[in-house]
Design a protein around this ligand. Sequence first.
Ligand SMILES: NC(=O)c1ccc[n+]([C@@H]2O[C@H](COP(=O)([O-])OP(=O)(O)OC[C@H]3O[C@@H](n4cnc5c(N)ncnc54)[C@H](O)[C@@H]3O)[C@@H](O)[C@H]2O)c1
Length: 404
Amino acid sequence: MTKPLNVLIVGTGMYVCGRGTGGLGTVLPTVAQAQRDGMVGEMLIAATSDASIAQLEEKATQLRERLDAPVQLHAHVVGANGTSYQDLVQMLRQPACAIVVVPDHLHAQIGLELIEANCPVLMVKPLTPTLAEAGQLVDALEERQLYGAVEFHKRFDEANLLLRQTIRDGRLGVLRYINVTFSQRRSIRDTFHAWIDQTNIFQYLGVHYADLIHFLTGALPQRVMATGQPRGVASVSQYDAIQATIEWYVPDTQHTFLSTIATHWIDPDMSSAMSDQKITVVGTEGRYESDQKRRGVQLVTQRNGIEEVNPYFNQIYAGAAGGMGIAGYGPKSIRQFLGDVCGLAAGTTDLATLQRHRPTFQQALVSSAVIDAVRQSVLQDECWIPVKVPQRDMSSMVGQGVAQ
Ligand SMILES: NC(=O)c1ccc[n+]([C@@H]2O[C@H](COP(=O)([O-])OP(=O)(O)OC[C@H]3O[C@@H](n4cnc5c(N)ncnc54)[C@H](O)[C@@H]3O)[C@@H](O)[C@H]2O)c1
C-alpha cells in the first residue's frame, strides 16, 4: 500500500468547485473522491481572499452531501501574512503535488514557483499563452527532473481515442484536413470577467483541439494563419470569434495536412448546452465525424427547456455498484495525474514512460506554440506565422501517431 498523496489545489473558481454555476466543478469533486478512496490524504486549497474561501466552503458542504463523504480540506489565502506557494507546498507531507486552476496569464509565474518548491504540477489548460513561457516551465522541470502535465481531458474521451486508433490503423488513408468548430454560450464571458482581457477565445477553446490534433496524429505545426472578428474594441481578447488555419507535418512521413479550428463565444444563452463542438477528419480513404455536443442524451424540463447532456465529461451519479461518484473523461484525466505522481513516488513508473504517454509540459509546447502564433497572426494583419516547436525530448512527441 503506497502512502496517500497530499494535494494542493490553487484556485477556487468555476473549474475547481463550480463557482458561479449551479454545479460543483470538476477538480474538487475528483480530488474529494480520491480522498474518500484513500488515494489522497490532505487537501490544501490556495485562495485569493476570505470571500473566495467562504464560497468554496459553501460548495464543499454541497459536495459532502452529494458524495456522502467527509471531504476534508484546508483553505489558505496566498499572500496573507506573506504566505507563498512554497510555504503551502512545505505544509504538505510527501508525496505531494499541485493542481493549478487560475487565469491563464498566471500559469507561468505560479507554475515556476511550485516547480522551484520541487512540486509536481498539473496545469489546467493552457500550459501558458506563449511558447517562451512554456519553454521556461519545461526548463525548470527538466532541471529538477520533475513531472508536469496539462489537464487536456479530451485525450481521455473515448470518441477521440477511437478516432486516434482509426488514424493509426490507416483506415482514413493519408490525412488531408481536419475541421473543428467549437463555441460556447455568451454568458461564459461573464464567468471570466476578472481576466477576460488577458485571454482570447482561441486561447480559451481552440487550445483543446490544438493539443488533440497533435495527440491524434503525432503531427507538429509548421505555420499558422488566423482571422478574427472584433466586438467594438479591437483588442484580441475582445474578439467574438477567431478562426485559425494550421498547417501540420508528420515527422515520420513528411506528409502535411491542414486543420481549421473556428471558435466563438457568442452562442445564445438559450442554446441547449454550454459548449457546441464538432470534429471532422478527412483522409484519402475515409472520413471520421464526431459531434462532441450531441452525445445522444436530451433532457427536457419545464424549468430549463431542452438540454443536450454530455454524460461522458464530468457527471456525478450513483454507479451500477452503488455509491455516488464523479465520472467522465474530465475526472479521469485528473485521476490519471494523481495516480502517476503516486507511481513516481513508489517507483512503479518513471518520467520517460510518462513522457511518451501523457500530456506532459514538453508535449504542451505544441499547443502553446499554436495559441501564441494565432494571437500573433490576428495582430499582424492575419498573416502566416511560421511555427517551430523547440526540439526537446521529441522522441516522445513523434511516432505516437501514424498519420501519413
Ligand atoms: N479544461 C477546461 O475545460 C476548463 C474549463 C474552465 C476553465 N479552465 C481553465 O482553468 C483556469 C481557471 O478557470 P476557472 O474557470 O476556474 O476560472 P475562474 O475565473 O472561475 O476562477 C479563477 C480562480 O483563480 C483564482 N486566482 C486568481 N489569481 C490567483 C492567484 N494569484 N493565486 C491563486 N488563485 C488565484 C481566482 O480567485 C479564482 O478562484 C483557466 O486557465 C481556464 O482556462 C479549463
